[in-house]
Design a protein around this ligand. Structure first.
Ligand code: THU
Length: 131
């Protein structure tokens, strides 16, 4: 799976976004090392704080299927001209299961930039922090 292919899957998920409040549709695709892909979109709520980002949607779909590790990359495609980097809550949630994850942040045209999650969440708090 190439970066471009993963981004195309994430872009395709934008059509399922439920974003009547922000009008900012986001799609995500989480790639496992074995080639499986878990997808997600943002799901908003009238109580705005109860809204869910596309990245956490994809992650919890994987974890709820018993997949807790072996994640290789996540692609995120937003509706803006800027790359759609994950919010702080998503960085923290992803860090729990995949601190070394490659993060592909794309804009609405599919142009993208790459970072590791450890770069995005420096000195992150994880299970090892409580040992
Ligand atoms: N959003 C995501 O789904 N992922 C991101 O990386 C950034 C923001 C969503 C949350 C909300 O539904 C909308 O985009 C505007 O913030």
């Amino acid at each position: 799976m190439t970066d471009r292919e993963l981004i195309a899957i994430a872009a395709g998920m934008r059509q399922y976004a439920y974003a009547p409040y922000s009008r900012f549709a986001v799609g995500a695709a989480l790639l496992c090392e074995d080639g499986r892909v878990f997808t997600g979109c943002n799901v908003e709520n009238a109580a705005y704080g109860s809204s869910l980002c596309a990245e956490r949607c994809a992650l919890v779909k994987a974890v709820s299927e018993g997949i807790r590790g072996g994640f290789a990359a996540i692609a995120i495609v937003g509706s803006g001209a800027d790359h759609c980097w994950p919010c702080g809550a998503c960085r923290q949630m992803l860090y729990e299961f995949a601190p070394g994850l490659r993060v592909l942040a794309a804009n609405r045209e599919g142009a993208y930039a790459v970072c590791t999650l450890e770069e995005l969440l420096a000195h992150g708090f994880g299970a090892a922090s409580m040992e």
